[in-house]
Design a protein. Structure first.
Length: 152
């Protein structure tokens, strides 16, 4: 019973964190939406970075949701995977915002995102053969890492 309570509390914290992240992304969406359709404002070199970061956010969110569904079934094997995916999602949201705005801090953030996405990809790799969501998250992290290396 204690495990279920821990999973429920962890799920609540993650849902709150996810809601806060979604609110942040929605607040930045006018900037992101503009730049996703008008790449001229941040230069061709950031297009791939912004697209990769947003793809990583989408695949990470799907992985997190899959982990939550597994928790509801009593399987907590993916708890660390979910935590690393959550960190990657949050880092990539910020990366997309910084890339879209051509921030002078973009290179430093890209370096951090390399580390965060490597951690996530490593954890997702453990589950990639069994869970397609983990494989997709891993692949998107690896793509984001390559885009970050061009900027960092």
């Amino acid at each position: 019973m204690q495990k279920q309570e821990q999973v429920t509390n962890q799920t609540r914290r993650n849902l709150i964190a996810g809601a806060a992240g979604a609110a942040t992304l929605l607040a930045a969406s006018p900037l992101l939406g503009k730049d996703m359709h008008d790449h001229h404002s941040h230069g061709a070199s950031n297009n791939q970075l912004v697209d990769s970061a947003l793809h990583c956010v989408a695949k990470g969110e799907a992985c997190i949701e899959h982990c939550i569904q597994s928790f509801h079934k009593g399987d907590t094997e993916l708890s660390h995977c979910m935590e690393t995916a959550r960190e990657a999602v949050e880092a990539c949201k910020l990366l997309a915002t910084y890339g879209a705005g051509n921030s002078p801090h973009l290179a430093k953030l890209a370096g951090l995102c390399i580390d965060v996405c490597e951690t996530c990809a490593k954890e997702c790799k453990k589950h990639a053969k069994k869970h397609s969501f983990c494989k997709e998250c891993m692949d998107s992290c690896n793509d984001c890492i390559q885009a970050c290396k061009k900027v960092a």
